[in-house]
Design a binder for this molecule. Structure first.
Ligand code: FAD
Ligand code: NAI
Length: 467
């Protein structure tokens, strides 16, 4: 039996980062992963393949629709989906191999198989051929991530009715794609297939897209996507999906009840959220508590109710984001090494990688109103930003929300080209407790899109220059 300071179960962004940080801090560390490659959902079937397809499909749309206006004549671009899927596969392989290299470089021992907690301090590794071995360890970190939320009565066959995993693997462009759920996955992957030629309809139960994000951002973003050709059926629920000879018939009705209607589609993407994944872990056997949503319950040091067992990432509460999982991985490794690991949950950026991108950090206007916090809002449209004009990317705006008394930045919300990169400066500013005035008085390079952030901060004090 091998003996470790730490065994991490799952090598997604939470688990592999935790293991590397622990090894850096001198802990004898091992990881257990049941997937053939490391990197978890994010690298294998999530962040990385979706961003590769978003990038490639955006380039296709640029070449098809925007090159002529730039004076570039390349004829009519033709789609070679097989090569595009190959480009995606290479991005995935490059990243997963990178993680394998990093684990090795940091002397983290790796075990392939399903990890089961046999008791505090004992992890059984069950390999595919049924063989098993026991690892003895002072501490266990569970980083087993999440899985697709099923839609009751609807079977995902990953061919006609697909989850995000199947939607990343389609070998032909569906004529009609029906997406269930106007959340991040629905809008990112809906955008990919729309750009490649599919007619996309998104059915959403609530009366808005991207619930949880700032309402004004959601409204404008929906309008932009509609202009691009995505159709929305809001306040609508799916009550059934029937497979036909070709494609599927989807029964929908108003969320509040009423007449039902059938929509036909070649492919149906179910994207109604994700649920924590703990199957086969043996949590019940050791008495680890989970909440009503199946998330492992932890204290603010990621400790479960059982001594020596910790959990991080999608399998615990909080936003299901790779960078949140990574930061928790670092924090718990540092805590186990006797340091003061910590994650500031008030400053976790959230990005939707469509065109334009949507990015936010901190509180929304709706949340501030609900909590009775007085704030000032400063808004600046990209139509008034010189670089956006030069690039022809004038859709969207930056909105800065600052405390009415202290001027401290409470939240920033952006719809616009490169919003995912723009949000980083405000995340740093918020981490340092910046005021809108601090951002407004920081010199921003010209001509850059970042000047829109500065102008929105100036607008909080009603003194934007360029509007
Ligand atoms: P995971 O990445 O899910 O990793 C868990 C790992 O544990 C898996 O490899 C699994 O095989 C393994 N495992 C589970 N049980 C066991 C067991 N018993 N024994 C051994 N191994 C086990 N987030 C972003 O921040 N940005 C994005 O752009 C983004 N895009 C996404 C796109 C899609 C299509 C999807 C589905 C998700 C996306 N996410 C994105 C979310 C992101 O993937 C997750 O938040 C992140 O992967 C969570 O990391 P994790 O380490 O907690 O879990
Ligand atoms: P989501 O929670 O973002 O959106 C799900 C949507 O489905 C919501 O709008 C919800 O109201 C709707 N919905 C729920 N039940 C429904 C029903 N029966 N009929 C119609 N609509 C219904 O979940 P999504 O898009 O599946 O993504 C899962 C997770 O993956 C998210 O939590 C997200 O954090 C993560 N992710 C992050 C990405 C990023 O950071 N760019 C990209 C993709 C995923």
């Amino acid at each position: 039996m091998s003996s470790y300071d730490l065994v991490v179960i799952g090598t997604g962004p939470g688990g592999y980062v935790c293991a590397i940080r622990a090894a850096q801090l001198g802990l004898r560390t091992a990881v257990v992963e049941k997937r053939a490659t490391h990197g978890g959902t994010c690298l294998n079937v999530g962040c990385i393949p979706s961003k590769a397809l978003l990038h490639a499909s955006e380039a296709f749309e640029e070449a098809t629709k925007h090159f002529p206006a730039l004076g570039i004549d390349v004829g009519t671009p033709k789609l070679d989906l097989k090569t595009m899927q190959g480009f995606k596969a290479e991005a995935v392989a490059g990243n997963t191999k990178g993680v394998e290299f990093l684990l090795k470089k940091n002397k983290v021992e790796t075990f392939h198989g399903t990890g089961r907690i046999a008791g505090a301090g004992r992890v059984e590794v069950i390999s595919e051929d049924g063989g098993n071995r026991m690892l003895e360890t002072k501490n266990i970190v569970v980083a087993t991530g999440s899985d697709v939320t099923p839609l009751p009565g609807v079977t995902i066959d990953e061919t006609v009715v697909v989850s995000s995993t199947g939607a990343l693997e389609l070998d032909r462009v569906p004529k009609r794609l029906l997406v269930i759920g106007a959340g991040v996955i629905g809008l990112e992957l809906g955008s990919v297939w729309r750009r490649l030629g599919a007619e996309v309809t998104v059915v959403e139960y609530l009366d808005r897209v991207l619930p949880g994000m700032d309402g004004e951002v959601g409204k404008q973003f929906q309008r932009i996507l509609e202009k691009q050709g995505i159709a929305f059926r809001l306040s609508t629920k799916v009550t059934g999906v029937e497979l036909g000879k070709k494609g599927a018939a989807v029964t929908v009705e108003p969320a509040a009840g009423g007449e039902s209607e059938k929509l036909s589609a070649d492919v149906v993407l179910v994207a109604i959220g994700r649920v924590p994944y703990t199957a086969g872990l043996g949590l019940e056997g050791v008495g680890v508590q989970v909440d009503a949503k199946g998330r492992i319950q932890t204290d603010n040091h990621y400790a479960t109710n059982v001594t020596g067992i910790y959990a991080i990432g999608d399998v615990i509460a909080g936003p299901m984001l790779a960078h949140k999982a990574e930061d928790e991985g670092v924090a718990v490794a540092e805590l186990l090494a006797g340091q003061s690991g910590h994650v500031n949950y008030a400053v976790i950026p959230n990005v939707v990688y469509t065109y334009p991108e949507v990015a936010s950090v901190g509180r929304t206007e709706e949340e501030l109103k609900k909590d009775g916090i007085a704030y000032n809002a400063g808004k600046f449209p990209f139509t008034a930003n010189g670089r956006a004009k030069a690039n022809g990317t004038t859709e969207g705006f930056v909105k800065v929300l600052a405390d009415a008394k202290s001027d401290r930045v409470l939240g920033v919300h952006i719809v616009g080209a490169d919003a995912g990169n723009l949000i980083a400066e405000v995340a740093v500013a918020m981490e340092f407790g910046a005021s809108a005035e601090d951002i407004a008085r920081t010199c921003h390079a010209h001509p850059t899109l970042t000047e829109a952030v500065k102008e929105a901060a100036l607008a909080v004090g009603k003194r934007a220059i360029h509007v």
